[in-house]
Design a protein around this ligand. Structure first.
Ligand code: ATP
Ligand code: MG
Ligand code: ZN
Length: 234
């Protein structure tokens, strides 16, 4: 589909240019932009985050680990799809509103928009709900495997809100996704606000996601600890 209102190409999607004496067809800017829009939509990055959760808008708070987190995230995005041989993903851990999702989405934005590579965002809360809907709703067109398949195979996946639900079913579902990606050596980005290790009264990540999943996750991801004030509170 091309933009029929485009003043440059009139909707053909191509411009004919002279290149060293030969006429060549080059994609028009409208087509490039459209493709970028399609890539963005396909990534599942929520509209609220698009073009907002980018590195340029991230201002680290001194003494919180946010500086280092930004450096690690930037480096990861720059190098992708070249990833470390071991621990080829990142796990952002820290309290509410310190920018974990911001940095993880910023990596995805770079990969999808600048590099034109496919990557997927999934909010674990939404995933659980979507899967439950396939059980409850007989009319549902997608099966659990239809939903999981693309997440298992994505060249880069961001799992937001790890540990948000810790029922046996939720742990099982997450374990399937993590272990499938683990077996395939697929790079995975995660965020969680449950501390790894005993915290101040809150449950640990291990308690929330289960020991087998926690164990694989740490082989898959470099942990990036962040602290700071809750930016949502201003
Ligand atoms: N260092 C920062 N510089 C600029 N904006 C920031 C920074 N940290 C957080 N924000 C902004 O604060 C808001 C919350 O950030 P984000 O969603 O990334 O938090 P989070 O750590 O994922 O929290 P939660 O655990 O609740 O999901 C967003 O609007 C984000 O852009
Ligand atoms: Mg978040
Ligand atoms: Zn055009």
């Amino acid at each position: 589909m091309t933009n029929s209102g485009c003043p440059l190409c009139g909707g053909h999607g191509y411009l004919v240019e002279e290149d060293e004496g030969r006429l060549v067809a080059k994609p028009c800017q409208c087509r490039v932009t459209e493709r970028a829009g399609e890539r963005m939509a396909a990534s599942g990055i929520p509209e609220r985050y698009r073009f907002k959760y980018v590195f340029e808008r991230y201002r680290p708070e001194p003494g919180t680990g946010q500086d280092e987190a930004l450096t690690i995230a930037r480096g990861y995005a720059e190098n992708f799809p070249a990833v470390p041989e071991e621990k080829n993903g990142l796990l952002f851990i820290g309290p509410c509103g310190v920018g974990k999702t911001h940095l993880a989405v910023a990596i995805l934005m770079e990969v999808v928009m600048r590099k034109g590579l496919p990557a997927l965002f999934v909010d674990l809360n939404d995933l659980y709900r979507e899967i439950r809907n396939t059980y409850n709703n007989r009319e549902a067109e997608a099966t659990e495997y239809d939903i999981m398949g693309p997440l298992v195979e994505a060249p880069l996946l961001l799992i937001d809100e790890l540990g948000c639900l810790n029922s046996p079913w939720a742990q099982d579902t997450l374990h399937y996704l993590i272990s499938q990606r683990y077996n395939r050596l697929k790079p995975t980005l995660c965020t969680s606000n449950f501390p790894d290790g005993p915290g101040s009264g809150v449950s640990t990540l291990e308690e929330r996601i289960g020991t087998p999943t926690r164990s694989r996750l740490y082989e898959m991801c470099r942990a990036v600890a962040m602290d700071g004030k809750d930016r949502r509170r201003g």
